[in-house]
Design a protein around this ligand. Structure first.
Ligand code: ADP
Length: 271
């Protein structure tokens, strides 16, 4: 077995897959930040575009508790893997043209493992159904060896929101994937970039912007978050619970989005 040195001061960044985030600015910023780093990315906009191009419907599942996710049936899964690989290659290329030694962990190198539920009760297109062919899942394990290997070589690993499983690749949530990775490699900071400034008590009322959330306030933060912000707050809570000292949810549209987050601009979560 290969032994890897534990690397200190690691930064994990989740770059959302929605349209609002400026990938070029993110790449410029990563090139400026001189720290060991792992990037996790989303795929939502790229996936929606591919679905439209190939005539595949975009469908959502809503769990009885109100969580929504992409209905990833077998055909959608095939396209999701393609979208994830395209997005990964695009980010790696943007980073390499800026002199960053980026390495995409796709195909056989995907470092996450997960499992799916073989039957879920969900609302699909307004009707309650038992869904048996959904290939989204939850993360059960992070293979830290390829991540430490990349860090030890001075590479920035770029990780898609996919997990290996006995049923093939699963669609997993990128915010929670970043949290698992940050916990698994003992990162110092986890930055989650979004299409908004951070968390609001009453979105989008600017006067209710939340600057800081301490461990004891996590339940309130979860109640304030709706829609896609909910998973980011769950990710923040999971990273803190896994020992990451600081998580910042911040604005991916800013000029230097990651540096800005590290300077505390955004919603900062501390234990
Ligand atoms: P992703 O990175 O997952 O593609 P976004 O950056 O769009 O997604 O996720 C954040 C979204 O969550 C915002 O666009 C906003 O509409 C929504 N939202 C819901 N509740 C809140 C809240 N309390 N504070 C901030 N954003 C919220």
């Amino acid at each position: 077995m290969i032994e890897h040195l534990l690397i200190e001061n690691v930064l994990v960044v989740k770059i959302g897959g929605a349209r609002g985030i400026n990938l070029e600015r993110c790449a410029d910023d990563i090139a400026r930040i001189n720290r060991p780093m792992i990037v996790v990315h989303g795929v939502s906009a790229m996936m929606d575009a591919l679905c439209r191009e190939r005539g595949l419907p975009i469908r959502t599942l809503t769990s009885p508790s109100g969580h929504t996710s992409r209905y990833t049936d077998p055909d959608t899964r095939t396209l999701f893997v393609e979208a994830a690989e395209q997005m990964n290659a695009q980010l790696v290329a943007l980073l390499r043209t800026r002199g960053v030694y980026a390495h995409g962990l796709t195909g056989g190198d995907v470092p996450l493992w997960g499992e799916r539920k073989s039957a879920i009760r969900a609302v699909v297109d307004g009707r309650i159904r038992i869904v048996r062919d959904d290939y989204s899942g939850t993360i059960t394990q992070v293979a830290s060896t390829p991540l430490f290997h990349a860090l030890n070589q001075g590479l920035v690993a770029v990780v898609p929101p996919l997990a290996n499983s006995s049923d093939g690749f699963l669609n997993v949530d990128g915010d929670r994937a970043g949290a698992e990775i940050a916990g698994g490699i003992h990162a110092t900071d986890y930055v989650i970039l979004s299409g908004v400034r951070g968390l609001y008590r009453h979105f989008p009322d600017e006067s209710t912007f939340v600057q800081q959330v301490n461990g004891g306030d996590l339940d309130s933060a979860l109640a304030w978050a709706r829609g896609r912000m909910k998973r980011k707050v769950i990710g923040a809570a999971e990273a803190l619970a896994a020992g990451v000292p600081r998580v910042v949810i911040s604005d991916g549209r800013a000029a230097s989005p990651i540096s800005q987050a590290l300077n505390g601009i955004g919603t900062e979560f501390c234990r």
